[in-house]
Design a protein around this ligand. Structure first.
Ligand SMILES: Cc1cc2nc3c(=O)[nH]c(=O)nc-3n(C[C@H](O)[C@H](O)[C@H](O)COP(=O)(O)OP(=O)(O)OC[C@H]3O[C@@H](n4cnc5c(N)ncnc54)[C@H](O)[C@@H]3O)c2cc1C
Length: 444
């Protein structure tokens, strides 16, 4: 916003980032956009380069590469976020208020009124636009009354281990051979983060249960147990939140506030940074006319966000469920990846949000289901033995795929509609005239 000439104030409530289990793997898209926004320095001091993912199911491993020349970054959460604020604080065109909470008061024709509270002091501020980047629980989203669908999925328990314990250097890892996925990635040249996904309602202690870590190979499994004996783990809930609206009046949601999903695709930061770019472009195109820009922003961000949430939900179900059809789907995934180097690249580009089209997700899902049916036919799905069971599992696999393919196809159609120029009727007349009289780029 400051780069567009707008007077900009950032207030951050100042959550202790050292105690947060949150985003630490940045896909190439996130790095490119953060660099373009001027944050290169924050990405070069620490961290480990990432070349793609490794998905490990017992003895089978699939390596999913980023596109040639693309690199991701693993970096400890606080080592990424705190320098971002330091960099902003050094800019002359942005006012940064640390340990300051924003409370929404009202929204009117000229913008919003909020209070900024810090150390028992409170100040009223008016602004033409309030960007609520206040995380998945988003107090501001609740205050303005944007409804959401909310599903709690699991509890994530995270520890730090020696990076050499990871089977594939420089990769994000998904271990799916146990009861639930375990995520791991290097966050520096010497250390790696491991996150174990526990069913809802489990005590974090359950991570020590031998069954829980049964999908993790040695020596990593031992390294996790040693870390748990040494230090208290970090704990966080994983959840899906989906919203129909990304803005209301002059309040716009960005990042997790505008929707989130299970972290197995590590797509949250890439998505948040994409949102920021979409908002910047919408404001630039609308010449800082807030109502017009917010309508355009909501349209622009929707396809990518919807695809990543649908993908993460489908994969999480495939990796966690013990049903025969999901065992067949996992068999189909590995069969597809073994036979198609292009398939491994497309899967990685979907996971990393480089590819955002629902039509591509639908096509890939259908291919995996087809491979799952073949895997059942040739008897290579461990959990399904005998032709009768294979036929039943095949029928269930097709039935379970239908809702996902339907969602993806509906999304693909919506993407096409959203790509059409907006009908003028969608911009309220009042907003239009209000906006055109306030297009000066020097307002806050
Ligand atoms: C266990 C776990 C692992 C994850 N791993 C990855 C990963 O590897 N890669 C990835 O890309 N993503 C990952 N994510 C997701 C990622 O952490 C989020 O997508 C990302 O942090 C979202 O950033 P944000 O800025 O939208 O929100 P947040 O990072 O939650 O930041 C919100 C900020 O708003 C502030 N705030 C809140 N309320 C107010 C208020 N009223 N006034 C002022 N400030 C306020 C808070 O103090 C905080 O600083 C993971 C998430 C979880 C839970």
């Amino acid at each position: 916003m400051a780069q567009l000439g707008l007077r900009t104030l950032i207030a951050d409530a100042g959550q202790d980032r050292h105690k947060m289990l949150a985003g630490e793997l940045l896909h190439p898209v996130a790095i490119e956009e953060l660099t373009a926004f001027g944050f290169r320095e924050a990405l070069s001091t620490d961290g480990a380069p990432i070349v793609g993912f490794a998905v490990v199911d017992g003895a089978k491993t699939a390596l999913l590469p980023y596109a040639p020349g693309n690199r991701g970054l693993g970096i400890e959460h606080h080592a990424l976020v705190l320098p971002l604020l330091d960099i902003l604080e050094r800019r002359r065109d942005v006012q940064v208020r640390r340990r300051t909470r924003v409370n929404f008061l009202s929204d009117g024709p000229d913008g919003v009124e909020v209070t900024l509270s810090s150390d028992g002091r409170s100040e009223r501020v008016r602004a033409r636009m309030l960007v609520a980047a206040d995380g998945r629980a988003s107090p501001l989203r609740r205050a303005v009354g944007i409804p959401e669908e909310h599903d709690r999925l699991s509890t994530m328990v995270g520890v730090l281990v020696d990076a050499t314990a990871l089977p594939h250097a420089g990769r994000g890892h998904l271990f799916i051979g146990g009861p639930a996925p375990v995520l791991a990635y290097p966050i520096s040249s010497t250390r790696a983060r491991v996150m174990v996904d526990l069913p809802l309602g489990s005590a974090p202690d359950q991570v020590r249960d031998p069954e829980t870590l049964s999908g993790v190979p040695m020596p990593l499994r031992q390294a996790i147990l040693d870390a748990l004996a040494r230090e208290a783990p970090l704990v966080s809930a994983s959840e899906t939140r989906q919203l129909e609206a990304a803005y209301k009046g002059h309040v716009v949601l960005v990042g997790d506030a505008a929707g989130c999903c299970h972290p197995l695709s590590a797509s949250g930061i890439a998505s948040a940074v994409r949102d920021s770019r979409a908002l910047e472009q919408a404001m630039r195109t609308a010449k800082n006319d807030v109502p017009r820009a917010l309508a355009a922003y909501a349209r622009a961000r929707r396809p990518a966000n919807r695809t990543r949430i649908a993908l993460a939900s489908a994969l999480y179900e495939a990796f966690c469920s013990e049903t025969v059809e999901m065992a067949a789907l996992r068999g189909g995934l590995f069969r597809y990846w073994e036979r198609s180097p292009t398939g491994t690249r497309i899967s990685m580009s979907l996971l990393s949000t480089r590819e955002t089209r629902m039509s591509v997700m639908a096509r890939e899902y259908a291919r995996v289901v087809a491979h799952g049916l073949v895997a059942l036919g040739v008897g290579s799905v461990r959990a399904v033995r005998g032709p009768r069971r294979a036929v039943r599992a095949g029928a269930r696999l097709v039935a379970s795929a239908l809702p996902h393919v339907r969602t993806a196809m509906a999304g693909a159609v919506e993407d096409r509609i959203l790509a059409l120029p907006p009908p003028h009727a969608q911009v309220p007349a009042a907003a239009e005239s209000l906006g055109s009289s306030r297009a000066s780029p020097s307002r806050s």
